[in-house]
Design a protein around this ligand. Structure first.
Ligand SMILES: *[C@@H]1O[C@H](CO)[C@@H](O)[C@H](O)[C@H]1NC(C)=O
Ligand SMILES: *[C@@H]1O[C@H](CO)[C@@H](O)[C@H](O)[C@H]1NC(C)=O
Ligand SMILES: *[C@@H]1O[C@H](CO)[C@@H](O)[C@H](O)[C@H]1NC(C)=O
Length: 430
């Protein structure tokens, strides 16, 4: 008898377009899923698949209530894993990227080209405030570096980043002709060997390789954890291979930089022009803190937002764990150093967007286990410190203001990717 996977593989090779069938209950997804046979589904992928019937049921209710803002699962954009774009399907060419599947390498290169395009477009940020923001790409870095405290507080970490990444994706599509959506990285696929991963191996369809060895770079200190450093993975210097090896980084470093001997910025807050190379330390020690078993535990162990949030941040630090970082930290330092390893300028390394899209995916899977209860939940605690139980501001009244990046929206609008923001948010993950 054929297994579900072999059926899907067959469909994939013969080019027949079919809806994915969830093995558990025969549920037929409205999202067409073509899987990359190189990587079997991990526990998180399977949980995500098993969640689709709940998403469908919840959407049906919203549609009945007229609250879906025209978003449906049939029309939703699909954000995919980087390497999932690699699948070859013979014979099908569709104008809609969602089904266009013979692009493989080309699709990933299209993404890289779109980033290069943003790197060449003039910035919109105020020149006197950000003389170092030299491109549309760095517009986003400039925003992040001056709003990092707000973006990372307990109310904004999820929602404001969702909006931020969505605006970046919109810029790639509308200003640079990208026809896909922002990819995420399934950390687990690359955790054992990130250097040779399709994302960071430095070939033409990666997002560039490791930095050259810089013995002065020791790693990222993790005070309060054991071990108390994400030890260097053997890079730290300039990226010399693949896309972005010629990238010019201008903003930063700031006081939060974890790089070694990075040239100083002419402005003390890092907003001046400081042209230099992209430096990376592609780091297995970090990546191993974001494996699928950890993500699965994160998604299934926590019924309340506070404990979900704290485990994501690795607070309190796990004991007897060689990689006790929490997935948020682990993901950030998979390619740390400069500007990626500086909490202020981290979006200066394109890997940032893969990481925050992955966190967005995990948040969504967690929300969708019980959408009625979880969609709008916001953590009360922050970094292991209990906040006053009465919030100073009602979350309903909070507006996320992205200044020159996009129009302000209500925080709670950012919580719903299937109809939020007046229906402009309408996407799923596969
Ligand atoms: C880059 O590496 C990936 C993973 O090994 C491989 O599948 C792909 O074909 C390579 N692409 C190029 C352009 O060399
Ligand atoms: C962090 O939380 C743990 C468990 O709730 C607690 O034991 C520890 O004292 C807390 N640390 C701080 C600094 O509040
Ligand atoms: C939230 O906004 C509403 C309407 O603008 C207002 O009545 C209420 O007092 C505000 N709540 C807080 C806590 O600011």
């Amino acid at each position: 008898m054929m297994t579900i996977r072999s059926i899907l593989l067959l469909l994939l090779l013969t080019g027949v377009r079919a809806a994915a069938i969830s093995p558990a209950n025969g549920y037929v997804s409205k999202i067409e899923v073509f899987r990359n046979p190189v990587y079997p589904l991990d526990v998180v992928d399977k949980l995500e698949e098993a969640t689709m019937p709940k998403v469908d049921e919840w959407m049906a209710k919203k549609i009945t209530a007229g609250k879906n803002n025209k978003c449906t699962l049939e029309t939703a954009a699909v954000r995919r894993e980087w390497f999932a774009l690699h699948c070859h399907f013979r014979g099908i060419i569709r104008s809609d990227m969602k089904y266009r599947s013979d692009m493989s390498e080309t699709m990933r290169q299209e993404y890289v080209a779109a980033i290069n395009c943003l790197l060449k477009k003039p910035p919109k940020a105020d020149k006197s405030r950000f003389p170092g923001a030299m491109s549309r790409y760095e517009d986003f870095v400039a925003f992040h570096m001056t709003h990092a405290m707000q973006l990372h507080d307990n109310m904004h970490l999820f929602g404001a980043h969702k909006y931020y990444v969505w605006l970046f994706e919109k810029a790639l599509r509308e200003e640079c002709g990208y026809t896909g959506y922002q990819p995420y990285m399934n950390y687990d696929r690359y955790a054992q060997d990130p250097w040779n991963s399709p994302l960071l191996n430095g070939n033409a369809s990666s997002i560039g390789g490791n930095g050259v060895l810089d013995p002065a770079y020791k790693g990222v200190p993790q005070p309060g954890r054991t071990p108390n450093i994400i030890a260097s993975g053997g890079g730290g210097g300039c990226v010399k291979a693949g896309p972005f090896s010629d990238m010019v980084v201008n903003l930063g470093p700031t006081a939060m930089s974890t790089g070694a001997k990075i040239p100083r910025n002419p402005r003390s807050d890092g907003t001046g022009a400081n042209p230099r190379c992209l430096r990376r330390d592609v780091n297995r020690n970090a990546a191993m803190g974001a494996t699928a078993d950890r993500a699965y535990r994160l998604l299934t162990k926590h019924n309340d937002m506070d404990s979900f949030y704290n485990e994501l941040l690795g607070t309190p630090p796990p004991k007897n764990d060689p990689y006790p970082w929490g997935i948020h930290t682990a993901g950030h330092y998979i390619a740390a150093v400069d500007p990626g390893g500086d909490a202020m300028t981290s979006p200066g390394d394109p890997l940032f967007y893969f990481h925050h899209t992955s966190l967005d995916r995990l948040w969504w899977i967690w929300q969708m286990q019980d959408p009625e209860k979880r969609l709008y939940s916001i953590p009360f605690v922050n970094m292991n410190m209990t906040m006053p139980m009465k919030r100073a501001v009602d979350p309903h009244n909070i507006t996320v203001d992205m200044e020159w990046l996009g129009p302000p929206i209500k925080l709670l609008e950012t919580h719903d990717q299937l109809g939020g923001n007046g229906g402009l948010f309408c996407y799923v993950y596969v």
